[in-house]
Each structure stands twice: as structure tokens, then as C-alpha cells.
Design a protein around this ligand. Structure first.
Ligand code: FAD
Length: 480
């Protein structure tokens, strides 16, 4: 429900719908390829107020609220921002979201809140994502935010994985009065927010300040602990945890097993590449501390968000040296249009319907070229789908020094293999009996995020964690 109901607002919807739109200010591509800083220039308060005042306040429930996976009360926040009541607007987001300053930056808004804005019919949508980040940043700078802690229950819950799902779950459990311990195999918390999404999309200090809220709320973080090997879910119960949440993501890189040469020096997997290129040395796991060698000519294989992130990271890593290009198999690539456009603005070239068939070494044994074959869309199958098929004799080579394989992700099966009676499916995704609660086949074990859905979004993982947090509270209260 909207906190500020639209029927009480004295506004002229038609006049608002015709107010001029001023697009986001972005740092110019020539500057941003030289560093890893945020691309979007933050709103100034006056500019934020003008943008929020374009909201026409649709009747409850507004389409933007419905489209937002966490159902943020966007119209009420817009109303408060319009009047300069920024910290109050931030309070609206905290009610439904654990990571508003992060979702405001990395959500594919054009497909969610902004995509459903009714202004799209004849105008540009309200930039509600950027306004969300603005309001919460403002609150943090001016007064800070503390997670409201619940009355202590005396019970402790273990969370495996400190990504969006894990912290979403922790947020709710803290508010319900539980003692929360988060175990993670990495040295630092954040999951893909730190060890995946590059700095130019999500500056690391934004996450760092978020995490400090959890530290102040008393969360215990246990780093470098790989559940399934260093400890198991059974051993966590034996240590006295009354419930366990699994939020381990889906982070194992898909391979090109049948393509010769993927083991050549110069061929990287996306996760390894992004982590080593974006994460400061002291936050790197020991196995990733060796410096990257990125050449002048870089090819990225894949067409999703991760591929765009790899392209842009390669450009920022070696400015003006690396005319990065990508070879993608599919006709339509799934990457968010804005990410792809930014990569293009920064000098990247895309080649669609192109399949790498061999990575070729030079005389020094390092990667020197990639051989590709052109593809075309085949005849439609019974369901009308047209699969790409090779165009015979169309093979060609591209000289490259570095290739990054961004082919998608699989789940890590270890938790399923080491937890008796925990059902998994599709190579290790955790099976949940009830999507609304994240309850698994093991009593007291809940799960959410990418390890349940497969690779998805920060916001959907966080929602999965929050739902499970509520369900764990109900489960433990009933048990008591
Ligand atoms: C390069 C890249 C760019 C992306 N860009 C965007 C974007 O712009 N917008 C967007 O919305 N989404 C984006 N995503 C997707 C988004 O990051 C994920 O959907 C989200 O982080 C999933 O959250 P999660 O908590 O489920 O898992 P994760 O973020 O993967 O966190 C899982 C955590 O569990 C830990 N872990 C794993 N196994 C174990 C174990 N056995 N024991 C202990 N700990 C373990 C991991 O170390 C990790 O810290 C991107 C993903 C990638 C890879």
C-alpha cells in the first residue's frame, strides 16, 4: 500500500506528464575508460526534486510498485523527494528493501520500475532507480541509518553466503531479534557485489558502508569458510544454530569444454578476470593474487551482462590499448541495453552470430588468435524457435592477446552433496518446497537467491533472502 495515497494529492496529472525530461548525466566515455569510477554523475538535490516531480502518482498499486520485485512504495518516495524530504524518502525504501542504495544503482530499471512507468506511453519514465540511490545516499551522508534491532530471542541462526540473499535474510532476522552469523568462503562479505559487479557500476565504498550497518547491528562474519568442506550444515546445527539459510549463489563459470585451447595462457574465465581486475589485492583470496596480464587486443565470448562488464573492465584496465570486441552466439543478447550501449560508447565492438571454434597459440605458447565460424538462424522447429547453425566455409581468425569466457554460471553442487536429505536439481540448484518461504526438504534449512533460481538479479536474490528471513522467524517461534 502507498504511504502517501494518490487520491489525496492535489496534482494535475496531465501537466506533470508534459514536464520536460532531463536525462542522467554520465561521465564522458573518454574519461571513464581511464578509471574504474562510477559512470553516472549523482543527482544534485534540486535536480532530484525536479525529476521526482514528474511522477504522476498513479492510483494504488502503481505499476512501478508492482513491477519492483521488492514492491518499493515508489510513488510515496517520489512525493517526499519532490519536497526535499530526502531522508524520509529513504525511510520508505528501508521498509521493503535491504539494499536500496545498491538496487538504485544496479537494477535493470528499464525492465522493472522504469519499464512499467505509464509515462513511457509518450514520454521518458521517471528515473526512479537513480532517485532511490540518491535518497539513501543523502540519508547516509546526513544522518546515517541503523538497522532497527528486534527484542533478543536468545536464538542463533547461521547464514551461508554473504551476498544479497544472505544479507537480505540477515536484515530481517536482526529486526526479529536473532543472533546472526554469516559464513562465507571469501575473505570479505558482499558476494558478487564485491567479487563480480565492477566498480564503475557499483563503487565498492557503497557496499562497504552498507556492510558497516550490519557490523553495527552485531552480525558475526566468519570469512574463508567453505561450507561443505570446512564445516557442514549438520555441523552448524551441532554448534547450536537453530536454523540455517543457504544463500551461496550460482558462481561456477560455464566452460567451453569442446573448444581446443581454452587452457592457453591469455584465456580467462569471467569470474577470475572480474575479481582480479576489480577487487583490491587485500580482499583477494590467496589463489587469485597473481596479477592479470591483459593484452592490447581483447575478445570476450558471450553476450550477457557479465560479457559487457568484462568488456568495460578490459577497456578500463588498459585504456586506449585494448579495442575490445565480443563474439556472441545468439542473435539477441540478454545483456541490459544500457550496459551494452555504454560498452559501445567506450569503444567496444560486438559481433553477433559468431561461434569461436579454436583458440590458437603463438610461437611463445601464449594465446595469439581465435578462430571463429559465422552462424545463421536455422529453420524454425516445432515451437517456432530458430537455432543458430554454422555457415559452412565461413571460418575466419581474429588476432587476440586475451580472451575472456563469459558464458554463464552453474551452481556449486557441494552443499547438496554434503547435506543429507537436502534436495537439489539441475546440477546443484537447491530445491525449495515453497517459493514464498524458501523452505527446503530439510527441516530448519531455508534457501534463496541465485542458488535457488539460477543466475538472476541482486534484487531478486535479496527478496529471496528477506522472504526466508520471515519464514525462519515463523518457524522458530512455532518450534519454541
Ligand atoms: C559480472 C556480474 C555482473 C552482474 N551485474 C548485475 C547487475 O548489474 N545488476 C543485477 O541486479 N545483478 C547483476 N548480477 C547478478 C547478481 O550479482 C546476482 O544475481 C546476485 O549477486 C546473487 O546474489 P546471491 O546472494 O544469491 O549470491 P552471490 O552474490 O553469488 O553470493 C553468494 C555468496 O556465497 C558464498 N559461497 C558460495 N559457496 C559457498 C560455500 N559453500 N560456503 C560458504 N560460502 C559460499 C560466495 O563466496 C558468495 O559470497 C551480476 C552478476 C555478475 C556475475
Amino acid at each position: 500500500m502507498q504511504a502517501v495515497p494518490s487520491e489525496f494529492l492535489a496534482i494535475d496529472r496531465k501537466e506533470r506528464a508534459n514536464r520536460p525530461f532531463f536525462d542522467l548525466d554520465l561521465r564522458p566515455p573518454e574519461t571513464r575508460i581511464c578509471d574504474f569510477e562510477d559512470v553516472v554523475i549523482e543527482f544534485r538535490p534540486e535536480r532530484a526534486m525536479v525529476e521526482a516531480a514528474r511522477c504522476i502518482h498513479c492510483p494504488d498499486p502503481a505499476p512501478c510498485m508492482t513491477a519492483c520485485p521488492t514492491h518499493n512504495d515508489i510513488p510515496s518516495a517520489m512525493w517526499l523527494i519532490e519536497q526535499g524530504r530526502f531522508a524520509e524518502a529513504a525511510g520508505i525504501y528501508h521498509k521493503t528493501s535491504t539494499l536500496p542504495e545498491i538496487c538504485g544503482r544496479v537494477c535493470p530499471h528499464e525492465a522493472l520500475c522504469q519499464g512499467s512507468c505509464v509515462l513511457n506511453k509518450h514520454q521518458k519514465p521517471v528515473l526512479c532507480g537513480e532517485l532511490e540511490a540518491f535518497a539513501v545516499d543523502y540519508e547516509r551522508r546526513t544522518q546515517g541509518y541503523r538497522i532497527p534491532l528486534g527484542k533478543p530471542t536468545g536464538m542463533k541462526v547461521a547464514i551461508i553466503g554473504a551476498g544479497p540473499a544472505g544479507v537480505g535474510c540477515a536484515d530481517i532476522l536482526l529486526q526479529k531479534g536473532y543472533s546472526v552469523t554469516i559464513f562465507d568462503s571469501k575473505p570479505d562479505p558482499g558476494g558478487l557485489l564485491v567479487y563480480g559487479i565492477p566498480n564503475f557500476k557499483l563503487p565498492k565504498d557503497v557496499w562497504q558502508e552498507k556492510w558497516e550497518e550490519f557490523e553495527k547491528a552485531g552480525v558475526t562474519f566468519v570469512p574463508n569458510t567453505y561450507i561443505g568442506k570446512d564445516k557442514t550444515i549438520d555441523s552448524l546445527f551441532a554448534e547450536g544454530y537453530e536454523a540455517v539459510f543457504i544463500g551461496v549463489g550460482s558462481e561456477v563459470d560455464a566452460k567451453m569444454e569442446d573448444t581446443p585451447g581454452t587452457d592457453l595462457p591469455g584465456v580467462y574465465e569471467a569470474t577470475d578476470f572480474l575479481i582480479r581486475a576489480n577487487v583490491p589485492q587485500d580482499q583477494l583470496p590467496d589463489s587469485m593474487k597473481e596479477p592479470l596480464e591483459i593484452g592490447r587486443r581483447v575478445a570476450v565470448i558471450g553476450g550477457g551482462d557479465t560479457a559487457s562488464d568484462c568488456l568495460r573492465t578490459a577497456r578500463a584496465w588498459a585504456p586506449r590499448k585494448s579495442p575490445a570486441c565480443t563474439a556472441a552466439l545468439k542473435r539477441k543478447c540478454p545483456a541490459a541495453r544500457s550496459d551494452r550501449q555504454m560498452a559501445k560508447d567506450e569503444g567496444a565492438k560486438y559481433r553477433f552470430l559468431t561461434q569461436p571454434v579454436k583458440f590458437i597459440p603463438g610461437a611463445d605458447g601464449k594465446l595469439a588468435a581465435v578462430e571463429c565460424i559465422e552462424m545463421k538462424l536455422g529453420e524454425p522447429d516445432a515451437k517456432g524457435r530458430r537455432k543458430p547453425v554454422p555457415v559452412e566455409g565461413s571460418n575466419f581468425s581474429i588476432a587476440v592477446d586475451t580472451v575472456i569466457l563469459a558464458l554463464g554460471y552453474w551452481p556449486d553442487p557441494i552443499i547438496g552433496k554434503t547435506t543429507p536429505d537436502l534436495e537439489t536439481h539441475d546440477w546443484g540448484l537447491i530445491t525449495v518446497k515453497d517459493k514464498a518461504t524458501g523452505a527446503t526438504s530439510r527441516e530448519g534449512v531455508f534457501s534463496g537467491g541465485d542458488c535457488v533460481t539460477g543466475p538472476d538479479l541482486v534484487v531478486t536474490a535479496m527478496v529471496g533472502g528477506r522472504k526466508a528471513g520471515l519464514a525462519i522467524d515463523e518457524y522458530l517461534r512455532n518450534k519454541k
